[in-house]
Design a protein around this ligand. Structure first.
Ligand SMILES: Nc1nc2c(ncn2[C@@H]2O[C@H](COP(=O)(O)OP(=O)(O)OP(=O)(O)O)[C@@H](O)[C@H]2O)c(=O)[nH]1
Ligand SMILES: [Zn+2]
Length: 212
């Protein structure tokens, strides 16, 4: 559907898609999705015709499209051409990249920060592209471990880097709002590739930098 494509394109560009879509608020966005949300509202005992809920199926369809927009794009596509030849040999680290994802078990948010480092091998990458790669994999139904690994593998492949290190720290709503109901736990997962995997002092330098 055209509106779907436009939404995904705007999201990929980090654009303010909401303004665009609000102009179309009275139109159907995704009939099938909206009908599922309508059914869910009925199942919850709600009246989908009451004022506050009439546009809710439309809003949920749009929100879910945004939150899963990572399916519509690859890491290579968001990097585009932002790779630059450079003989820098030292570690490049972008830390505290906030992300929001959805756990695949309960479709509830998990969110936190990602720290991503690489050891260049003849080229460097536009720094914002590292954050965009994080979003490509966060905006899907995920488990934190897989998301962390996917970010590391994508960067390793795109850059042919000597090494990549990714650490993510997250809180999971499915452990907070429901289930075990633990409000203060956080989960840390890591993925070490190349030199970061082989060399303890390189790994230690990375871990020290992200702790500061
Ligand atoms: N490893 C991993 N587990 C996750 C992640 N997100 C949610 N989970 C867990 O997925 C598990 C699903 O377990 P189930 O026993 O099938 O589901 P459940 O009955 O809803 O489990 P509870 O959350 O313990 O109530 C839970 O232990 C969640 O905490 C994640 O990113 N990584
Ligand atoms: Zn969950």
């Amino acid at each position: 559907m055209d509106s779907n494509k436009r939404l995904k394109t705007d999201i990929v560009k980090g654009g303010h898609y909401a303004a665009n879509l609000d102009a179309e608020a009275d139109e159907t966005y995704d009939e099938q999705f909206e009908s599922l949300v309508h059914g869910m509202l009925v199942r919850l005992g709600e009246d989908p015709r009451r004022e506050g809920l009439t546009r809710t199926p439309l809003r949920v369809a749009k929100a879910m499209d945004f939150l899963t927009s990572g399916y519509g794009v690859t890491a290579e596509e968001v990097v585009k051409g932002a790779l630059f030849e450079d003989d820098c040999k030292e570690m490049v680290l972008v830390k505290d990249i906030e992300f929001y994802s959805l756990c695949e078990h309960h479709v509830l948010p998990f969110f936190g920060r990602a720290h991503v480092a690489y050891l260049p091998n003849g080229k460097i990458i536009g720094l914002s592209k590292i954050a965009r790669i994080v979003d490509v994999f966060a905006r899907r139904l995920q488990v934190q471990e897989r998301m962390t690994n996917q970010i590391a593998d994508a960067l390793m492949e795109i850059m042919n880097a000597h090494g990549v290190a990714v650490v993510t720290e997250a809180s999971h709503f499915c452990m907070m709002m429901r289930g075990v109901q633990k409000q203060n736990s956080s989960t840390i997962t890591s993925a070490m590739r190349g030199t970061f995997e082989r060399n303890a002092s390189t790994r230690a330098e990375f871990l020290d930098l992200i702790r500061r």
